[in-house]
Design a protein around this ligand. Structure first.
Ligand code: IPM
Ligand code: MG
Length: 367
């Protein structure tokens, strides 16, 4: 029986996850048999155990077939020690599960093209995939500290570090995914300033030459890449980049599609040598949105589409994933909108639960 660990987290996390649980319930009533367990991560885990994620929860995450995460953080925990801040729970999950490949699709739904900060014609039909390296680079490099220099000055140090194997494996994931899309990869780094950018560029080029000559590869400096993303985003298919650039560029790409409330993500590990299964964590790209938490306003679609990615990448259930994605598209086409999707023309928003129910009704219709 496939087993899911749900870590709903803080803020709107539990609200949007409640809708995912309904969707899982629907699939369980229609031939699937997910076993669901729930636990704490982020600020709520800190409140309960003094840790952003406990060892017991980590153990469950290591055993699970997939982890579904809502969101972590909020102003309530602004003053907690750096080591146990809510985000530390998320970073520990990524690191200890070795989820080095973060897939962030940015797809523009037709019904929402007018919500983009760019003109409709620039984003209509947009479908790009950012493949972000997630367990290396400046997020985890040592030393990482603030040193007292003893002369009234302090020195802050973060370390950007990449080994060959880390670049090889993320590049391979990007090339493999490109093959089942439009077969194009653009690699982004800052080789004009950073040694890690020089190595990144060389290794991606080598992996391409050795194993993926059939895929079209281009390189861009990450700043120019950011500029091109807002100038002409449809030129891209797959973008592969490091942890920090990927963090920034994926937020940019997200906004192109109209709403951060729409975007899912998958974080994957290497396939297990014996079973072929990858460790995986799925989460919406939006954060915990404390400003709207508890108001039944949040858009559950990003979290629901993250479950669709789990169906596709962890459970080999591509058809079920397609079906869930189609249901979301249908519901949007019918004009059902949460508050974040109400444009200048106005209209009455539905609640988080009403959006979830509408998607489930549509799933049933497609049956
Ligand atoms: C993201 C977030 C995280 C990150 C934070 C919450 C630590 O911004 O997933 O993009 O920086 O990776
Ligand atoms: Mg981010």
């Amino acid at each position: 029986m496939p087993n899911l660990l749900i870590l709903a987290g803080d803020g709107i996390g539990p609200e949007v996850m409640a809708e995912v649980k309904k969707v899982i319930g629907w699939f369980n009533g229609n031939g699937m048999d997910f076993e669901v367990e729930e636990d704490l991560v982020g600020g709520c885990a800190y409140d309960a155990h003094g840790q952003a994620v406990s060892d017991a929860t980590m153990e469950k995450a290591l055993q699970a077939d997939a982890v579904l995460l809502g969101a972590v953080g909020g102003p309530k925990w602004d003053k907690v020690p750096y080591e146990v801040r809510p985000e530390a729970g998320l970073l520990r999950l990524r690191k200890d599960l070795e989820l080095f490949a973060n897939l962030r699709p940015a797809k523009c739904f037709d019904a929402l093209a007018d919500f983009s900060s760019l003109k409709r014609e620039l984003v209509e039909g947009l479908d790009i995939l950012i493949v972000r390296e997630l367990t290396g680079g400046v997020y985890f490099g040592e030393p990482k500290e603030i040193r007292d220099l003893g002369n009234g000055q302090r020195r802050a140090i973060d370390t950007q570090v990449y080994d060959t194997y880390e670049i090889e494996r993320i590049a391979s994931v990007a090339f493999e995914l490109a093959r089942v899309r439009d077969n194009r990869v653009c690699s982004m780094e800052k080789r004009n300033v950073m040694r890690s950018g020089v190595l990144w560029n060389e290794v991606v080029t080598q992996v391409h030459k050795d194993r993926f000559g059939d895929v079209q590869l281009s390189h861009m400096l990450a700043d120019a890449g950011g500029m091109q993303l807002v100038r002409a985003p449809k030129q891209f298919d797959v973008i592969v980049t490091d942890n920090l650039f990927g963090d920034m560029l994926s937020d940019v790409a997200a906004m192109l599609t109209g709403s951060l409330g729409m975007l899912p993500s998958a974080s994957l590990g290497a396939p297990d040598a014996a079973t072929g299964r990858r460790k995986a964590l799925y989460e919406p790209v939006h954060g915990s949105a404390p400003d709207i938490a508890g108001q039944a306003k949040a858009n559950p679609i990003a979290c629901i589409l993250s479950f669709a990615m789990a169906l596709r990448y962890s459970f080999d259930a591509g058809e079920a994933a397609d079906r869930l994605e189609r249901a979301v598209e249908q519901v949007l086409a019918q004009g059902t909108r949460t508050a974040d999707l109400i444009g200048p023309a106005g209209g009455t928003p539905v609640s988080t639960a009403q959006m979830g129910d509408a998607i489930i009704a549509e799933l049933g219709r497609a049956a």
